[in-house]
Design a protein around this ligand. Structure first.
Ligand SMILES: C[S@@+](CC[C@H](N)C(=O)[O-])C[C@H]1O[C@@H](n2cnc3c(N)ncnc32)[C@H](O)[C@@H]1O
Length: 187
């Protein structure tokens, strides 16, 4: 936690404060259905401030770094989204939401989930999706030299095996993977 706070207060991550036009936004706009969005590992509030305000009704961002959350809150106030966006300190491995959400997002944050915990964690969060709600995971599954990162590829495999995949975007050129999925319906 202290490490992430340091990263955000030293300006190390300032370059990621502007991610307008990111490939995840059209997915969020499509699946938010003007509803509630939970952003796990939200960082300094990019999604909360760059996603079209008309796409969602309310937003909760969870992060382990208070420094990142402070940035998110400040940006939201400046953008007139102070009432719409809420930021809470928490560890997404154990966080328990207090309401269901239309979209549960892991944007560039699944890297920090131990592979062994991916399935159990996602199944647990399935209990906090609305009817018709979806998970959206965005991450880069290849290394800078173009080879696959096997740990991250394995995460995608777990998702494909255990969940109903609605959309799976991977451009194969080292670009981001975006997977939209939901719990399998019980027979
Ligand atoms: C690369 S940043 C991505 C930030 C944001 N989602 C985005 O795409 O702009 C990863 C974020 O995950 C957060 N994080 C890492 N481990 C976490 C955990 N166990 N629980 C909550 N947040 C965590 C970090 O503090 C950091 O803000």
């Amino acid at each position: 936690m202290r490490l992430w706070d340091q990263e955000f207060t030293t300006g190390h991550w300032d370059f990621i404060d502007n991610t307008m036009g990111d490939c995840v936004y059209p997915y969020l706009e499509r699946y938010s259905r003007n509803g509630r969005l939970l952003d796990l590992g939200c960082g300094p509030g990019n999604t909360a401030n760059e996603l079209a305000a008309s796409a969602y009704q309310s937003y909760v961002g969870i992060d382990i770094s208070e420094a990142a959350l402070q940035k998110g809150r400040k940006r939201s106030e400046t953008n007139g989204r102070g009432d719409k966006n809420r930021f809470e300190l928490g560890d997404f491995i154990s966080y328990a939401p207090s309401q269901p959400f239309d979209v549960i997002l892991f944007r560039e944050s699944m890297y920090h989930v131990p592979l062994k915990q991916v399935k159990a964690m996602l199944l647990r969060y399935s209990n906090y999706l609305t009817d018709g709600g979806v998970f959206i995971v965005r991450m880069v599954t290849s290394r800078s030299n173009g080879t696959d990162n096997r740990r991250l590829k394995s995460m995608v495999d777990i998702i494909v095996q255990e969940f109903e995949v609605v959309e799976n975007r991977s451009d194969g050129n080292g670009g981001p993977t975006v997977v939209v999925f939901r719990p399998r319906r019980r027979a």
